[in-house]
Design a protein around this ligand. Structure first.
Ligand code: ZN
Length: 316
């Protein structure tokens, strides 16, 4: 995948691609209204020239950029916000629960990547890998929840939908005048060499159902995502089916490691990575821990010590 020229996907909806690696593309989106424009997610700090190209192609000058709209507070979605906010005066719009991670990057890094230093140690290598992906902290100007909207004039607006799962609080944005649904990682990658991850498996499944209903009921014409090429509504419904299947596979694999013998979180995480052939890293660890928490809450597993789990069989 190469960094292509910006494209206008629908009137006023612009996209550009910045490959993050051979397997992970990053798409950035700009929505243009009569009174101003909104960048939907800010990419990495290295995305600044890419955003510049996107604005140039769309004919959006600094003074026209009115909003920096966020889907969720992972580093690859907020990296240019501080620089753009300072330069253009655009206002940052995010979910209330995303504010802490956008405004405090130490907390972001600690809770996202270093959440279990006893299992995945805080190492110079990990720090070196993540440091360039963290930009400057940025103030959030407006918090938004389900039903809120960012109005750009001429009937162009971004309406917020809450889609938890990949993270605790994620927003999707529906632009009705063009029939465009703009998503961050509410639909996660499923086929990368590492787990893209989700921290609320049940909510994730619910959000996928919600997206199917939304696509069918709201006359969605195209769906734009951060890590997938944009697609038609029909193609998107197909993708939702694939992600649901993936979620089933992850659930079955994590819980398939449980039996009568207490198994540790580390053991179950390593087993899940091996079975599904993914690298052992922090996103997958958080995901497996979340699945185990939910298995316990649903009565399918029991926690028998710190990070130790057994299966609950139907007999007892
Ligand atoms: Zn992402």
């Amino acid at each position: 995948m190469t960094g292509d020229d910006p494209m206008e996907l629908a009137p006023g909806v612009w996209q550009v691609c910045q490959p993050l690696s051979e397997e992970v593309p990053l798409y950035l989106h700009l929505v243009v209204g009569a009174d101003g424009s909104a960048l939907v997610d800010g990419g990495l700090p290295s995305s600044l020239p890419v955003v510049q190209r996107l604005m140039g192609a769309a004919g959006v000058r600094d003074g026209d950029l009115r909003f920096l709209v966020n889907t969720h507070a992972h580093h690859d979605h907020i990296g240019t916000f501080a620089a753009l906010r300072e330069r253009t005066g655009a206002r940052v719009v995010a979910a209330p629960q995303a504010v802490r991670w956008i405004e405090d990057l130490d907390t972001n890094l600690r809770e996202f990547a270093l959440h279990r230093p006893d299992i995945i140690p805080d190492s110079p290598e990990l720090r070196a890998e993540l440091a360039p992906t963290y930009g400057a902290p940025c103030e959030v100007d407006v918090t938004m929840t389900e039903g809120g909207a960012v109005r750009l004039g001429g009937g162009v607006a971004l309406e917020a939908f809450e889609l938890p799962g990949h993270v605790v609080a994620e927003l999707g944005w529906l632009e009705r005048s063009s029939g465009t649904l703009l998503l961050g990682d509410a639909v996660t990658g499923t086929s990368w060499s590492f787990f893209h991850g989700h921290v609320l498996p049940t909510e994730f499944r619910r959000s996928l159902h919600r997206l199917r209903a939304l696509t069918m009921d709201e006359d969605v014409q195209r769906v734009c995502l951060s890590h997938y090429a944009s697609r038609t509504a029909a193609e998107f419904l197909g993708l939702l089916g694939e992600v649901e299947q993936y979620l089933d596979d992850v659930t079955a694999t994590v819980e398939g490691g449980l039996d009568d013998t207490p198994r540790s979180l580390t053991e179950l995480w390593r087993r899940t990575c091996a079975e599904l052939r993914r690298a052992e890293e922090f996103r997958g660890l958080a995901m497996v821990a979340a699945h185990l928490r939910e298995a316990v809450a649903a009565g399918r597993a029991r926690c028998v010590g710190p990070d130790l789990y057994v299966a609950v069989t139907s007999g007892g």
